[in-house]
Design a protein around this ligand. Structure first.
Ligand code: SF4
Ligand code: SF4
Length: 207
C-alpha cells in the first residue's frame, strides 16, 4: 500500500518538475537574449531568452569575406568570356563588340593598365540560377567579377534576379555595330580595289 502512494507521489513530483521546466522556458521566451543583438559573439551562447530572430528586422550578420551575390565591376571587364565558359549552369550571358581603332582611347584601360578591346553591351547574371560556386570569379583575369557579402536579395518577380552589368545601351551597341560593319565594308572595298589594280598592272606588264 505504501508503495502505491509512493509511486503516485513520484509521478506528481515528476509532472510538477517537468511543468516547472516548461514554465521557466515559457517565461524566458518573453525575454530577448541580451541587448547587444545578434552581432554580439556571445548572443547564441546565452542560455536564457528567445532564440528566434525577428527577420527581416534582425538578421545574422554575414562575414565581410562572405561569397554570396556576384558583382561585376564592368569598368575592368575585358569581355574575354572566360567566366561565361567556366559557369557549369550557364548563368552568365555576355555579348561583345570589337572596339574600332579610333575608339580605343574612349573605351579605355582596366585599372591594371590593360587596353580594353571589346565593348560589353550585355553582361547578365541570372542570380536565380547561380549556386555561388566561384568558378567564374576564379578564372577572371582582371578580378572584376567578385562575390559580395550580400546574401539576402530575394524578389517577388524572378526577372528582378537577372542582373545587368553591360556598359552600352542598345542604341549605343547598334551604333558601334554599324560603325564596325562600315569599316569592314570599307576595308574590303580597298582590298578589292588594290587586287584589281595589281591585276591591271600585271596585265599591262604582260602586253
Ligand atoms: S558562381 Fe558558379 S554558378 Fe554562379 S555564375 Fe559563377 S560559375 Fe556560375
Ligand atoms: S572573366 Fe572577367 S574580364 Fe573576362 S568577361 Fe568575365 S568578368 Fe569580364
Amino acid at each position: 500500500m505504501s508503495e502505491y502512494f509512493s509511486n503516485i507521489k513520484t509521478g506528481a513530483v515528476t509532472i510538477a518538475t517537468g511543468l516547472g521546466i516548461t514554465l521557466k522556458h515559457f517565461f524566458n521566451a518573453t525575454k530577448r537574449k541580451g541587448d547587444a543583438g545578434v552581432d554580439d559573439v556571445d548572443y547564441f551562447r546565452q542560455v536564457d531568452g528567445l532564440c528566434t530572430l525577428q527577420y527581416p528586422r534582425e538578421v545574422i550578420p554575414t562575414p565581410l569575406n562572405g561569397r554570396y551575390r556576384l558583382y561585376n565591376n564592368i569598368e575592368d571587364c575585358i569581355g574575354c568570356g572566360q567566366c561565361e565558359r567556366a559557369c557549369p549552369i550557364s548563368c552568365i550571358t555576355i555579348e561583345t563588340i570589337k572596339v574600332a581603332a579610333d575608339d580605343l582611347a574612349v573605351c579605355g584601360k582596366t585599372s591594371d593598365g590593360q587596353q580594353k578591346k571589346f565593348w560589353v553591351p550585355v553582361f547578365d547574371i541570372d542570380t536565380a540560377k547561380c549556386m555561388t560556386c566561384g568558378l567564374c570569379t576564379n578564372v577572371c583575369p582582371t578580378d572584376c567579377l567578385v562575390h559580395t557579402p550580400v546574401s539576402d536579395f530575394s524578389q517577388f518577380d524572378r526577372q528582378n534576379l537577372l542582373y545587368h552589368f553591360g556598359n552600352l545601351t542598345n542604341q549605343e551597341a547598334e551604333a558601334k555595330k554599324r560603325k564596325n560593319a562600315e569599316l569592314q565594308a570599307k576595308a574590303l572595298a580597298e582590298k578589292e580595289k588594290k587586287a584589281a589594280e595589281a591585276a591591271q598592272q600585271e596585265k599591262s606588264g604582260g602586253e
